[in-house]
Design a protein around this ligand. Sequence first.
Ligand code: 3PG
Length: 398
Amino acid sequence: ILRLEDLALRGQRVFIRADLNVPMTPHGEVADDTRLRAVLPGIRHCLAAGAAVMITSHLGRPVEGALTHADSLAPVAVRLSELLGQPVPLLGDWTHGKFRLDPGEIVLLENCRGNVGEMADDAALAGRIARWIDIYVNDAFAAAHRSQCTTHALALAAPVACAGPLLCAELDTLGRALAQPARPLVAVVGGSKVSTKLTVLERLADRVDTLIVGGGIANTFIAARGHGVGSSLYEPALLDAARRIAARMAERGSRLWLPEDVITATRCAANATPHIRAIDAVPPGEMILDVGPASDAAIEAIMLGAGTIVWNGPLGVFELAPFAAGTRALARAIAASPGHSIAGGGDTLAAIAAFGVTDAIDTISTGGGAFLEFLEGRELPAVAALKARAGGRQRQPT
Ligand code: 3PG
């Protein structure tokens, strides 16, 4: 892939597709600016090199051609301007490119999903945009699994198409973690359903030394091992899939880790009474909502010895105090591990922030769905487009 750092940018009109899809407060302010901070290096690089910078992103999933106030990137423009220390005007109706922009200046182009043709990856829309830009930069790892106009068709149509530093860094780090990891490689996959993460689990089962499953996903594996899971959330239809994964790991000599004890309650509520139960003693009518203290200690020992850790998904219902301890212990153990830690996904990032370990995780992916698809080993359409361009036609800027 062609990289932004390798291009001469002076006087060029540079179009950056970023992922500025951030949560907002009820008052319409940016609630978490992690994704904005993550693209600052790419923006600063372009501005310092004397480019005129246009940046766009999607926000939410609006109706095409009918953006509402709530779909606007206006709060993002405000925060970005604060972070950059220079004005970041927001432009609506921008696909014709009829606006003035000087080198060293930046504009934010309104929510690209407002443009008719964005979601359908429309080549005609891409062609219209490509006419007035010199260089297309994709710096949106978190949207790289979407085949849409500004992530895919425009990469194919632009005079020059390259990857920004954030996209490169995430691809490099994740790629290395799975291809040549420092061993032992430990993966933690939590969350509610095996069905949404089956491909990830299967692929990781073939690569890792230890696979730790948590949340509702663990419940299905616990049931597959023949234990009662009371009234827990689990997926009977996936018991065979869970058994297959367990058998494959046993064949490889790797370890599928299940909790030895769990926290249960009769209700999933903040004021429910938690019980510690051995894994083979969950009574009917109680549901598993977290891992237990013996399991916390076991996880800590695994993390201390890990060379590489990949983490996606909580171990329990960490939003509720009685069931937060397992995920908190996991977050702290990963933070304290000497191994290289990589975490991604919405719930995981929320847990990392809630337990105050953000700075101790080596790599935090900005991707949710994209992070999972990468772990699944799927080719991300945005990356495929950049690869196709790298092998062929590019007009070098003058
Ligand atoms: C995300 O938040 O995971 C990305 O911004 C992608 O958003 P999408 O699922 O609406 O495409």
